[in-house]
Design a protein. Sequence first.
Length: 318
Amino acid sequence: MKTRITEMLGVQYPIVQAPMGWIARAQLASAVSNAGGLGIIETSSGELDAVREEVRKMRSLTDKPFGVNIAQAFVRDPDIVQFVVDQGVQFVTTSAGDPNKYCAQLKAAGLTVFHVVPSLAAALKAVEAGVDGLVVEGGEGGGFKNSREVASMVLLPLVCSKVGVPVIAAGGVTCGRTMAAAFALGAEGVQMGTRMVSSAESPVHQNWKDAILAAKETDTVFLNRFGPGPALRALRTDKTTQYEKAPPDNIMGEFRNALALYFGGDMEASIALSGQVAGRIDEVKPVAQIIREVVEEFEAVTAELGARFGRSREPAHA
């Protein structure tokens, strides 16, 4: 499978793993890279000493390409660009902030830079800043969101029609059929978050994985639409159902106990970020199986569509 994404990233398949705080570390990211996709190491936890160790682990677990994310709103280290450059990676995604902040420095160091965008205006700003590509993130995806969320079905073709850089689609992607849909809308790669959280190699507690498996398509909530702080999409729990109507004054304060949920399994201790695709996931699978099945279904679906709707029509006769 060849797209501009596979050529730029040096990967077999244009499938990227989302850079989820505390989760997107060597155990999960190496499994993605070894399966032919691109694993990403997070920095949104702010634990840069731990991140440095995770990068070291990655090099012992895979010889395939991988990248690092800079979540600008959550990383306060003024030397974050040099930190990423020092890790020796060739690909970085920037998110949760102004693309102009780090793009020039990263590109000057020889890195390929993609910026995560939730709107056309943000996409155009990132392209003007000089990014190599975009991660276009629909509002149905999990995690921190634009308060005025736009679904991928609308956002993706809109952005792809206005920019010339390659696009990775994020939000709503969990299988080959949704990957094919993203490509039909103009993307050349996809990013998966919730599907990877629920994988066998994901380090999160089994209670979180079980909650994803049990979730219906309506079992996420969109929180903090009116601020202050970021909006976000998460799994529905007693806590988040309450916060849906009455969010706390500081939504980010809820992540002080994140590790008790992420790795301790207390689903009410914090907020379990998740996309709407939780309603389509019903089995924990190894990453290699997930990626293999996504690619096989993608190829089958695109071939089927070509066979059903790509027939040449006979010219009309006078």
